[in-house]
Design a protein around this ligand. Structure first.
Ligand code: ZN
Length: 271
């Protein structure tokens, strides 16, 4: 039985017998209010303040991301469904996407639509910054590799003004460098095909490569921009690890130096 039929089957069971236990409002995504901000079409069952800071931040993020990566923005709509609380969100996801792991937010791409599901709460801004990064990227470069997609999302999920410095990831990697003599391995990351297979270490390393490419020097930034332009035009292209070896030198030692420098700057900033 294919996944689609499996979903239909589950849905039928709930409709026939489960309506008694699940109110109808929990079967469909929230859609009582809609707010449009550039590409984002935000749906919710509660009143959305038209100029809520998070929505302004998300549109500014789109401008920043496109400018930084030298990509022309798309106008393909990205539907964002905001659930009032974790319970509503979990009910909906368990029903419609029973195989999804336990997360606070999801980005779903189908042939027809780009969709984000998220829940109102303390971490909502961070979740939305992460998931809308996926939305913006997929609306422009549909075949972006998983590690780069997640690395950019981890970069952009931190509040604006921190220059993409994801402190938990930086700390994790410095500990690994110090205690485990960790060696970065971009070719390994480039082989990853499923987000479900990515560990926290993988997310941290993906973030680190992205932070290095975006924040170290114009040559690294140029390499990333060139890669994305080629990927968008040709569909498949020479991976970043090979380009780095040819144009920048030993990527592993450059990345390690970059992480130590980022740590020093963070310490200086705090003092
Ligand atoms: Zn992600």
């Amino acid at each position: 039985m294919g996944p689609v039929r499996f979903l239909i089957f589950l849905f039928s069971v709930v409709l026939l017998s489960g309506c008694l236990s699940l109110p109808k409002s929990r079967l469909s995504p929230p859609d009582r209010n809609t707010l449009v901000r550039d590409q984002l079409v935000i749906h919710s069952d509660f009143a959305l303040a038209a100029h809520h800071r998070v929505f302004e931040e998300l549109t500014a993020q789109r401008t920043d991301l496109c400018r930084r990566l030298a990509l022309s923005p798309s106008d393909e709509p990205i539907h964002v469904y905001l659930f009032q609380n974790a319970e509503r969100f979990d009910d909906f996801i368990r029903l419609h996407y029973p195989k999804f792991p336990d997360r606070r937010a999801f980005f779903v791409e189908t042939d027809a639509q780009l969709t984000i599901y998220a829940q109102w709460g303390d971490r909502m801004s961070e979740d939305l910054r992460h998931e809308t990064t996926h939305g913006y990227l997929h609306s422009i470069v549909s075949n972006i590799p998983l590690w780069l997609d997640e690395g950019l999302a981890e970069f952009y999920e931190v509040p604006r003004g921190r220059q993409g410095l994801n402190r938990p990831h930086l700390t994790r990697l410095l500990v690994r460098l110090d205690r485990e003599h960790w060696q970065p391995d971009l070719p390994r990351l480039e082989q990853l095909r499923s987000a479900a297979d990515m560990t926290q270490d993988d997310y941290a390393e993906a973030w680190a490569w992205v932070h290095f490419l975006l924040q170290s020097d114009p040559k690294s930034l140029g390499l990333l921009r060139g890669y994305l332009a080629d990927l968008r035009r040709d569909g498949d292209t020479t991976p970043i690890s090979s380009r780095m070896a040819a144009f920048l030198g030993d990527g592993n030692s450059l990345l390690t130096q970059h992480l130590h420098l980022a740590s020093d700057q963070q310490t200086t900033h705090k003092n």
